[in-house]
Write a protein that binds this ligand. Structure first.
Ligand SMILES: Nc1ncnc2c1ncn2[C@@H]1O[C@H](COP(=O)(O)OP(=O)(O)OP(=O)(O)O)[C@@H](O)[C@H]1O
Ligand SMILES: Cc1ncc(CO)c(N)n1
Length: 267
């Protein structure tokens, strides 16, 4: 069985962060492992608290996992401080880790800031250049590109600039802002639009975490970057189309939409 590691924050309501990542990796047929960067107290209406782990404890988690079960791919999500980002960057180099997917999480859908301003600089300098692919949404891409994005053309300009500046493939997500569910992939081979069908579901908590984990799972399974993105889009569309409706705010998706969950008979 192929393996994947998520390095991210815990979401107590189970729809985003580590919990979304483990559910996604499991549903995509890879063995999931985790190194937790922070605990968050949150639900579908917002984040009320963040407790970061120490850089030493993150390092210990990473070393214990990697030296025992080597991950075939890694997804990196919420990492709120520069020191934690440095630990991850140094670990990637030291263990020659491959198939690195970075979701540059900055602000939660509910509006909470999940990264400090000083950490954004460390992210740009130390982590993004080590990624195989990064998956910013529009506000994150605006921070990375340094100009506002108001059209599909702006998305193309921003993705190319980010690709050139940080030397990594870029999947710029249209998501709940521009262009409906259309995402733009920019690689060394140029640009490619992935046209998704917009699903009228207001429950989009954790969509970014889920997409990046599905891409990491597909890379772990040996798919090409284009295949990994295409199949991850199929997975998230299925999870949204299942129309789960939980909680008082923007609720989670059904990550297990293709799993029967019944084991009355062992086949
Ligand atoms: N209503 C929708 N219908 C279909 N696809 C969607 C919808 N909303 C988001 N997506 C898709 O979900 C993926 C995640 O994109 P999104 O822009 O929502 O990420 P994000 O803003 O980083 O998420 P998060 O809310 O977790 O921070 C993208 O592939 C996007 O196109
Ligand atoms: C822990 C965590 N990571 C990422 C996000 C962004 O969706 C969130 N809300 N919570």
């Amino acid at each position: 069985m192929r393996t994947a590691l998520t390095i991210a924050g815990s979401d107590s309501c189970g729809g985003a962060g580590i919990q979304a990542d483990i559910k996604t990796m499991t549903a995509n047929g890879v063995y999931a492992m985790s190194a937790i960067t922070a605990l968050t107290a949150q639900n579908t209406t917002g984040v009320t608290g963040i407790m970061e782990v120490t850089p030493e404890f993150l390092k210990e988690q990473l070393e214990d996992v990697i030296t025992d079960i080597r991950p075939d791919a890694i997804k990196i999500g919420m990492v709120s401080s520069g020191k934690l980002i440095s630990v991850i960057a140094e670990t990637i180099t030291r263990f020659e880790l491959v198939n690195i997917v970075v979701d540059p999480v900055m602000i939660a859908t509910s509006g909470a800031r999940l990264i400090s301003k000083e950490a954004i600089e460390v992210l740009k300098e130390q982590l993004l250049p080590k990624a195989n692919i990064i998956t910013p949404n529009i506000p994150e891409a605006e921070v990375l590109a340094g100009f506002p994005i108001n059209s599909g053309e702006d998305m193309e300009k921003a993705a190319e600039l980010i690709y050139q500046n940080f030397h990594c493939n870029v999947l710029l997500k249209g998501g709940h802002q521009l262009n409906d569910a259309n995402d733009l992939l920019f690689t060394g081979e140029g640009k490619q639009w992935f046209k998704g069908k917009r699903i009228h579901n207001p429950n989009t908590h954790g969509t970014g975490c889920t997409l990046s984990s599905a891409i990491a799972s597909n890379l772990a399974k040996g798919y090409t970057m284009t295949e990994a993105v295409e199949y991850a889009k199929n997975y998230i569309s299925g999870a949204l189309a299942a129309m789960l409706d939980l909680g008082k705010g923007s609720g989670p998706m059904n990550h297990a939409f293709a799993i029967s969950g019944e084991y009355k008979e062992i086949k």
